[in-house]
Write a protein that binds this ligand. Structure first.
Ligand SMILES: [Zn+2]
Length: 213
């Protein structure tokens, strides 16, 4: 299973006076073999009784291989954190971060939103980065439960907040389009650490706010 790793860490522009920390976040997934993927899509079309040499499908293997590559390759980013100089100690919550992932059982998309909250410790985070952390793990063959746990654990490890919580609500195409055809049914998963797990008031606040609308 792939995880993110920290490649370098610098503190501030001038050697650390401002306390801003930039962590370069890269992924360690296998590179996609595009020509092999295109061949495999062509073979799949044949196996499905379709003719990949027909004009309508001629470019399909290339497009499909490219789409899967994009959906399985997270973008690198800098995780920028700042010292929590004001000692802010209330919940910070980013609601409705878009989630797009691929279920590992059917290779069909599941899409929805993530609500990610944390109780700051020594450091706070550029809020847009929470969406990048979600993407880091979503662009993979996934199950929603593992995705939820990975985002929460990664933030706990790299931000060291007093608590962190992740709720994901998603609709799975493998449930909507096939099988039980439960269109509109959303699966909800959650993972909480630290005070959001242990302190009843914080926990309740987090789950109330994630249910906000
Ligand atoms: Zn599935």
């Amino acid at each position: 299973m792939s995880i993110a790793k920290l490649e370098r860490e610098t503190t501030g522009w001038d050697g650390g006076q401002d306390g801003i920390r930039h962590l370069r976040v890269v992924h360690d997934r296998e590179e996609v073999d595009l020509p092999a993927a295109e061949r495999a899509v062509r073979d799949l079309l044949l196996a499905l009784g379709r003719d990949p040499s027909s004009p309508h499908l001629a470019d399909t293997p290339r497009r499909v291989a490219k789409s899967f590559t994009e959906m399985l390759t997270p973008r690198e980013f800098d995780l920028t954190t700042f010292p929590n100089d004001e000692h802010y100690d209330e919940l910070v919550l980013a609601r409705s971060i878009p989630v797009q992932s691929l279920c590992e059982h059917h290779m069909l998309p599941f899409t929805g939103v993530a609500h990610v909250g944390y109780l700051p410790g020594e450091r706070i985070l550029g809020l847009s980065k929470l969406a990048r952390v979600v993407e880091l793990f979503a662009r993979d063959l996934q199950v929603q439960e593992r995705l939820t746990i990975q985002v929460a654990s990664w933030l706990q490890e790299h931000l060291a907040p007093k608590g962190v919580g992740v709720v994901i609500e998603a609709e799975h195409m493998c449930m909507s389009l096939r099988g039980v055809q439960a269109t509109g049914s959303r699966t909800i998963t959650s993972s909480v650490h630290g005070l959001l797990r242990e302190d009843a008031r914080s926990r309740q606040e987090f789950f109330t706010l994630t249910r906000g609308s």
